[in-house]
Design a protein around this ligand. Structure first.
Ligand code: ADP
Ligand code: MG
Length: 337
């Protein structure tokens, strides 16, 4: 199969009613996109590299999902509505058994969000997937990292730490019972971009980011860009990991033979969660819960911003937990997996 046959067969679909705004899609030198009058574009790129972001033998269907999900997660963090994306693909070989499920996983998520594939590039090379996504947001309404103020509440959506736990298990660093691994692995391989929550938080959240490299690291970006600090409650945070059930009273009690310290490390610094971390003034607390309900996304308050720079992690009694809580950094951490 040649390059153009590959593109036509797996990535070119008839222009559909769903692709409103895509005047010209795959097949010409450029795609043509009609902006909704009065809206601003929100644009973001994310690259997934084999052997670094995913195991080379990962299920291609879940890889197609994840490649788009991590990009939609950036739009969610800005409160932008997904419109269209490009796909730049380097492939070692053109194999139908890989391309078919990859494109199905990709389009299933794209269609669920009304986000059209408008073009891209295809080349032979080590497996590498780069997506650029474009969304729309009314001027002045994008959720930024720089908007947090002293005294804001800090929230996260959904669950945290399960993807990092799955990765550690797949790397042979911890043992998980098969049913627990299956649940955690779902979070690693098929994250849910919180697009509906991001839209509902426009005008409610003061700042937001998505959790891709670890909660404290991504919260740290919000704090640094807002010129504030924060304290996070570890006794609340540890319950955010879904694959281990910790009793409220006794942090030593756990399922799945995962020590609380490891669970907490996964929650605070694990990465690959694709949840939203955001701040909002206390006066918006009811509006935050309304946004959570409207978008069907659980939201948990985990701390508060304060004037002192940096992030402090405390337990329920207010005692400082020492860390370190290293988030993922491509140039500071050895390659994974
Ligand atoms: P050019 O030679 O101008 O770079 P290409 O031959 O690379 O164009 O691509 C031909 C058409 O196919 C273009 O419309 C391009 O956007 C589209 N395309 C190429 N690769 C992909 C892909 N992986 N997914 C979607 N569209 C693609
Ligand atoms: Mg090209």
């Amino acid at each position: 199969m040649g390059e153009f046959e590959l593109i036509t067969r797996y990535f070119q679909r008839p222009q559909r009613a769903l692709d409103e705004g895509v005047v010209l899609g795959v097949g010409d030198d450029c795609a043509l996109l009609q902006p909704t009058p009065g809206m601003q574009w929100a644009v973001s790129s994310d690259m997934l590299v084999s052997g670094r972001h995913f195991f080379p033998d990962v299920d291609p269907r879940t890889l197609g999902h994840k490649a788009l999900a991590v990009n939609l997660s950036d739009l969610a963090a800005c409160g932008a509505k997904p419109r269209a994306f490009t796909l730049a693909l380097a492939l070692p070989e053109a194999r139908a058994e890989w391309l078919q499920p990859f494109s199905e996983g990709l389009f299933a998520l794209a269609d669920a969000h009304g986000c059209a594939l408008m073009g891209g590039d295809t080349t032979r090379g080590p497996l590498n997937i780069c997506i650029t996504v474009m969304g729309e947001v009314p001027p002045g309404q994008a959720l930024l990292r720089s908007g947090a103020r002293v005294g804001d509440d800090v929230y996260v959506s959904g669950t945290l730490g399960d993807a990092a736990l799955a990765l550690r298990c797949l790397q042979g660093r911890v043992h998980l019972p098969p049913a627990v691994l299956a649940q955690a692995r779902q979070r690693l391989e098929q994250p849910t971009p919180r697009v509906a929550l991001g839209l509902a938080l426009r005008g409610v959240a003061s700042a937001a980011a998505d959790v891709s490299d670890g909660l404290l690291g991504d919260l740290g970006h919000i704090l640094a860009q807002s010129g504030v600090g924060a304290t996070v409650d570890a006794d609340i945070a540890i319950h955010l990991i879904a694959t281990c059930a910790y009793s409220t009273r006794d942090r030593g009690q756990f399922d799945a033979e995962i020590p609380p310290a490891l669970a907490l490390q996964c929650v605070l610094a694990g990465g690959d969660d694709y949840e939203l971390v955001f701040t909002a003034p206390p006066a918006q607390a009811a509006a935050v819960q309304a946004a959570a309900r409207a978008s069907g996304t659980p939201v948990t308050r985990i701390g508060r911003t304060e004037a002192m720079a940096g992030v402090r992690v405390v337990d329920g009694s207010g005692a400082l937990l020492p860390g370190p809580w290293a988030s993922f950094d491509h140039f500071a951490t050895p390659p994974r997996p």
